[in-house]
Write a protein that binds this ligand. Structure first.
Ligand SMILES: [Zn+2]
Length: 246
């Protein structure tokens, strides 16, 4: 099948790259507020501040990166090419703080991959983690089709991707930086990533299926590329479009 794109689409399941299953957490999360239109609950993680928070912000000033939130599309950092990290800096406090914040925000958002630019840091650092409990959101058949597997936390610094299998597969994915939307995106079936880990040790990892998709999505962020640049534009949806009708 090499050289031929294999297309697998799902019109029923709305998946996000971030997590391959119905984005239930998005719907139930108190962090996700609805917009002003009362009959249409668009998901958004745009924050509203209480008066106390407003005052605190006025006194302290705006937060500095690494942010404890995910930057949304429109922020220039998401469209810039991230800089390589010098290996000697990896064990230093600044890079370690970025890694720690990246991991914390990824877990807070219940997503399975995040890049440093998304928390406002234009450095080539990505994190991946697919906790076992998130697999419960997908049926065994869906998990098998998508190649879902639980992954322990993995950090890659200055990651380089090599395509191992040029066959592409198409599934819906989403991005925490384009909150509330999803689209079908083709990705290579199998890739190899090499780089450094959080201890500045060289690492190489060969993966297929969903981990390969997450890696391609996150490495794209380091180049200022978003999934909307690669998507089938006719598949682009608001993940709550059905709720708007009823
Ligand atoms: Zn993303």
């Amino acid at each position: 099948m090499t050289g031929h794109a294999r297309t697998l689409t799902s019109k029923v399941l709305r998946l996000c790259t971030s997590r391959a299953g119905l984005p239930r957490a998005w719907a139930r999360s108190p962090r996700l507020l609805t917009c002003a239109a009362p009959s249409c609950g668009h998901a958004t993680n745009v924050k509203t501040r209480s008066y106390l928070q407003y005052l605190e912000r006025k006194v302290r000033g705006p937060p500095a990166p690494p942010y404890g939130h995910v930057c949304q599309v429109g922020h220039p950092v998401l469209r810039s090419k991230a800089a390589a990290v010098h290996p000697r800096d990896i064990l230093g406090p600044d890079v370690q703080k970025v890694i720690k914040t990246l991991t914390r925000v990824m877990r807070k958002m219940e997503c399975v991959g995040l890049s440093a630019p998304q928390i406002g840091v234009p450095l080539r650092i990505i994190a991946l983690e697919y906790p076992e409990k998130l697999l419960e959101d997908s049926s065994p058949a869906s998990a098998e089709a998508r190649g879902l597997v639980a992954l322990p936390l993995r950090i890659f610094i200055n990651p380089q991707l090599r395509v191992l299998n040029g066959q592409t597969v198409i599934f819906q994915e989403a991005c925490e930086s384009i909150s509330g939307y999803s689209a079908c995106v083709p990705r290579y079936l199998s890739v190899e990533v090499s780089g450094l880990n959080e201890k500045a040790e060289p690492v190489t990892w060969q993966v297929s299926g969903w981990p390969a998709r997450i890696l391609q999505h996150e490495v794209d962020h380091l180049e200022g590329i978003l999934y909307i640049d690669r998507m089938d534009s006719k598949s682009f949806i608001n993940i709550k479009w059905e709720e708007c009708n009823g």
